[in-house]
Design a protein around this ligand. Sequence first.
Ligand SMILES: *Cc1c(COP(=O)(O)O)cnc(C)c1O
Length: 359
Amino acid sequence: MINVTKPFLPPLEEYEYYIKGIWKREWLTNNGPLVNELELRLKDYLDVPHLFFVSNGTIALQLAIKVLGLKGEIITTPFSFVATTSSIVWEGCIPVFVDIDPATLNIDPALIEAAITSNTTAILATHVYGNPCDVDAIQVIADKYNLKVIYDGAHAFGTNYKSKSVFSYGDLNTLSFHATKLFHTTEGGAIITHDASVAKEIAHMRNFGYDGPEHFYGLGINGKNSEFHAAMGLCNLKYVSEILLRRKEQSERYNTKLLSLKVSKPVIKLHIEYNYSYYPIIFESEQALVKAVEALHGVYVYPRRYFYPSLETLNYVPQQKVSISSDHSKRVLCLPLYHDLSLEEIDMICRALLRSQNY
Ligand SMILES: *Cc1c(COP(=O)(O)O)cnc(C)c1O
């Protein structure tokens, strides 16, 4: 059986090394030494000034909206994982969907201005499949209308834009380190800021608002993560460069083998060093997609429809029409891609796909 993804696991001895340290120190959570070490290593790897390791990518999004004090309407993309939209609603704001660019499947900056009202406070956009949004165009609009910019970077670990980490752009960046992501800590996430005063707020907010053992700085929640999760992250970080290279090789194999398949792929624009975190293909029709999925199931291959359905269909958001997202979400399929998927397995998947198209 081949699933769309498979979590990377480091050699057990390497994890055990860290676990023994936890037993020795008897320090399990609350900003322990492994959490600190992971944060330092990640800041270094991503070349960002302030990074907080939190419980998951959804808490990171909620903290981002909360720490900026956002109210009213937040412009966002309907083509993302549900957490991007649910976090906006959870924080008492209204998601205003702007349709996507059919070439990249990211929010279309050309449509943002028309959606801005006197109640708009921010733009929350996702770097879909790790392919960066048009961060330059988005920043121009944000500056013109005095809006904050948050990027949901759950897919974007390892992607660079103009020779810098994609997390260098926008006011806040959120990451997910869930087991299915390219770099993971089992469960986990992070929030990145370039502003020291925002960093100070996040540090308190993540820990119930505590400012010393008997004093509260302000409102907070429990967004902390544990030494065990940090240990997994420290082990996995060692292998990230290898995983990135491998995914490039695997994606190129798909490209070569699928040349004659009647599908298109999201466009990766100039100045982008892509992380190959997913391998999405866009069919000509939903019918063609369903046929391909059936053929793959026939050979025990389980791709996933990321992202389906489009988020304007959620029953807790105001009704809005976003036809490109709605249409593309019905036709896009992510093929299996993970560290130890072999080139032979990829060839087998490609043969099944090509057969499904011919008969
Ligand atoms: C995975 C994901 C999240 C949520 O992250 P969790 O760590 O699972 O909470 C948010 N946004 C996107 C785009 C994701 O893919």
